[in-house]
Design a protein around this ligand. Structure first.
Ligand SMILES: Nc1ncnc2c1ncn2[C@@H]1O[C@H](COP(=O)(O)OP(=O)(O)OP(=O)(O)O)[C@@H](O)[C@H]1O
Length: 361
């Protein structure tokens, strides 16, 4: 396995790109550490597959360098990079048995039959394919076929990294959860460098130690699931991670206060200091679980109208209207529901300030 570094990588599918909007990837600088389990998360079209193909060598970037450890591989094709890639849909040989499909990448590299047998058995066991090893791939379900594709990715021990491009798309929802756990287990056991592309936050957060969030061709944050939740560095991360996502309220700064539509909130000194000289527009960000809801007016409490209540098992999600801003508030199921008139409070320690979409930090 290897440490993979992207240095100022940008890619445009156009021959003569001019504007930043002509680039599918814009100036990516990042390091994927050896043995890490990473997810690449972002909405459709943000550049995830482009980044993965640049790492594997299917694409040469318009600008920048790709390093495996200290070796520059930017111009090398996939077969010289020693990478395994698993795609959205099964890639296998229908007429071969499951065993032969799994053995294929190893036979290709001239490994001895004993090593091949051991490795195929190991991977088949992890993926619950042992009973199917002698069957022809053609007769198996879509789930089983994709498990074979996963197995073909995992079977080689000498790869620099294994790249997964939304590999569980065709998998039945029940099995999805199970396979995600399996991949995590395999990672812990074999310490492989895994990069897993998805647009599903649950998939990313349950699989990865670190998640790279992409938005419109940019890398907006790389962090642990907890960091992404507690300290979203970009508005998109706040909105995309968490269910429901973070609340954002447009505001202007007056001294140590953020004045929003219908409310004024005191900021901590550090935030006020950091905001000096920053260009707006400014927004307050707060997670639904950190907003307090009260039945009576009081200090720092802001009147709201409760518009909707959604029951989500152990939580309820309130939709409240604060002047022209609509906010979500998460309360526990034990708390009695407020009436239609309620008051909310923004606890200072949970308030984040954003300038032009980026965390003031
Ligand atoms: N071969 C191509 N030629 C031209 N434009 C492309 C090509 N492949 C991707 N793009 C464009 O580049 C941008 C990034 O696409 P990419 O497939 O990397 O995104 P993605 O995040 O993987 O999306 P998805 O989740 O839908 O697969 C999109 O605007 C897409 O339309």
């Amino acid at each position: 396995m290897a440490r993979i570094t992207l240095q100022q990588v940008a890619h445009s599918y156009q021959r003569h790109p001019k504007d930043p909007s002509d680039y599918a990837l814009k100036n990516i600088d990042t390091v994927w550490e050896d043995g890490g389990a990473y997810a690449l998360l972002g909405p459709s079209g943000c550049g995830k597959t482009t980044m993965l193909n640049i790492i594997s060598g299917l694409l040469t970037p318009t600008r920048g360098r790709v390093l495996y450890d200290d070796r520059d591989v930017t111009e090398l094709p996939p077969e010289q990079r020693n990478i395994a890639q698993v795609f959205q849909f099964p890639v296998l040989y229908d007429t071969m048995s499951v065993f032969d499909n799994l053995a294929f990448p190893l036979r290709n590299r001239g490994l001895d039959p004993q090593t091949i047998h051991r490795r195929v058995q190991e991977v088949a066991e992890v993926l619950d394919l042992t009973a199917d090893l002698k069957k022809k791939a053609a007769g198996l379900s879509a789930d089983a076929k994709q498990k074979i594709s996963l197995g073909r990715g995992l079977v080689r021990e000498d790869v620099a990294a294994i790249l997964f491009d939304e590999p569980l798309t065709v998998i039945d929802p029940h099995l999805k959860w199970h396979l995600r756990r399996k991949l995590k287990e395999i990672h812990e056991k074999l310490q492989l460098t895994l990069i897993y592309v998805t647009h599903d936050q649950v998939e990313a957060l349950t699989f990865a130690d670190k998640v790279l969030v992409m938005y419109e061709g940019e890398m907006v944050q790389m962090g642990t699931p907890a960091e992404l939740f507690e300290e979203p560095r970009h508005k998109f991360v706040g909105y995309f991670i968490g269910s429901p996502g973070m609340n954002f309220i447009p505001c202007r700064l007056e001294g140590n206060r953020a004045v929003c539509d219908g409310a004024s909130v005191v900021l901590d000194e550090e935030t006020v200091r950091r905001a000096q000289g920053k260009e707006g527009p400014f927004e307050l960000g707060i997670r639904p679980m950190y907003l307090e809801v009260h039945d009576e007016p009081g200090d720092d409490r802001i009147p709201v109208q409760v518009r909707k209540v959604e029951d989500q098992g152990i939580f309820r999600i309130l939709t409240v209207q604060m002047a022209s801003s609509t906010l979500k508030v998460r309360i526990s199921e034990e708390r009695p529901l407020p009436g239609q008139e309620a008051w909310i409070r923004f606890p200072r320690r949970w308030i984040k300030l954003y300038a032009n979409g980026r965390l003031v930090a």
